[in-house]
Design a protein around this ligand. Structure first.
Ligand code: KG4
Ligand code: ZN
Length: 334
């Protein structure tokens, strides 16, 4: 089954052609990093306009690279949320237009769920369920119990900033470029991760929830007490911030594993690009089987949308086109 995946939830316009949920024929991503760089974050209106400009050329390029045309496509999978409303509309209306014009089935895919499926796309062999799902991205920080594909229970979420957002904001404080994650990771390699006693927040209501805004504020105060032009000072802040953030995530994943009895963890989202978090999980959680996305599937992409779209279509059938709406938030069952 040939699936056209379309992604436009935030600042990437992407289209992919994927066969039977796993075989990638093509993937095209048009990033807007250049557009938002000077603002240190995504400007929704600008994002929306760029999506409109590039979405058709991106889809055309994906079809061309895959050596097929729209008639060959058996299913259109589109991310319907969570994300920015304007950008979501662009992808969704384009997908609906194609589906209507060519009388093809369409399926709406939850972007966060797709981030977890991304890791399974390059994973050979069975996955032991229940597993834990950990989404660490620019817009989301979720700890999820995966009963099986398509069936989830939310265990924890951020109560303020997403982890990637915290990386981006701390990077901005250190005068590093956007997106901040890769820049912090690189700088942290030169720093002392124990120089500052930073700590992420604890949440009384749900100990598996995350809070990074206090950590961010602590960085701001530390910055005021030193010379931000001193490269070593900046590197020590970056390393200590990263250490505190990852320590918190690892301890909550361990706790969730104990509480649920799951011993497999599936990761997704841009922050899983970070090699240090992968290393730390390996060292600190030797008893957990960890499944990470391949580098091309960590950031926002349409391959994971097409892949998961196929799987959900097999299980639940297509979405009802007229009922498929963009959703800025999608809640997992709690
Ligand atoms: O998954 P993604 O494209 O965003 C959402 O779907 O929201 O991830 C983007 C985020 C950005 O916040 C970026 O700073 C972060 O992922 N990121 C990283 C790294 N590479 C990207 N964070 C930490 N270390 C990295 N190497
Ligand atoms: Zn994402």
């Amino acid at each position: 089954m040939i699936v056209l995946g379309i992604e436009s939830t935030c600042d990437e316009t992407a289209a992919s052609i994927v066969v039977d949920g796993k075989k990638i024929l093509s993937e095209v991503i048009s990033s807007q990093v250049d557009l938002h760089n000077i603002y240190g974050g995504v400007v929704p209106e600008l994002a929306c306009r760029r999506h409109i400009e590039v979405i058709i050329p991106v889809i055309d390029e994906a079809l061309e690279k895959a050596g097929c045309n729209l008639d060959d496509v058996d299913l259109i999978a589109v991310a319907y949320g969570p994300g920015l409303m304007g950008p979501l509309f662009v992808g969704l209306q384009t997908a609906k237009g194609i589906a209507l014009a060519l009388d093809k089935p369409i399926i709406g895919v939850n972007h966060v769920e797709a981030h977890l499926y991304a890791a399974l796309m390059s994973h050979d062999g069975p996955v032991q369920f229940p597993a834990l799902g950990v989404v660490l991205s620019g817009g989301h920080t979720n700890l999820i119990k995966i009963e099986e594909l398509g069936s989830y229970k939310l265990l924890g979420k951020t109560v303020d900033d997403a982890i990637g957002e915290a990386f981006d904001k701390v990077a901005k404080m250190l005068n590093l470029p956007y997106p901040g994650g890769p820049a912090i990771e690189a700088l942290a390699k030169k720093g002392d991760s124990h120089k500052f006693a930073f700590k992420a927040g604890t949440c009384k209501a749900n100990p598996l929830d995350f809070s990074f805004s206090g950590l961010k504020t602590a960085v701001l105060y530390a910055k005021k007490d030193g010379d931000i032009n001193d490269p070593q000072f900046r590197a020590d802040i970056a390393a200590s911030f990263q250490e505190a953030a990852f320590k918190d995530i690892i301890s909550k994943v361990k706790r969730a594993a104990e509480e649920t009895g799951a011993n497999t963890v599936v990761f997704g989202g841009g922050v899983t690009n970070n090699q240090e978090i992968r290393r730390q999980f390996q060292v600190k959680c030797p008893n957990l089987t960890t499944i990470w996305p391949s580098p091309n599937l960590t950031l926002d992409n349409a391959t994971m949308i097409a892949g998961l779209g196929y799987q959900l279509y097999q299980k639940f059938g297509p979405s009802e086109l007229v009922l498929l709406e963009a959703k800025s938030q999608i809640h997992f069952s709690v």
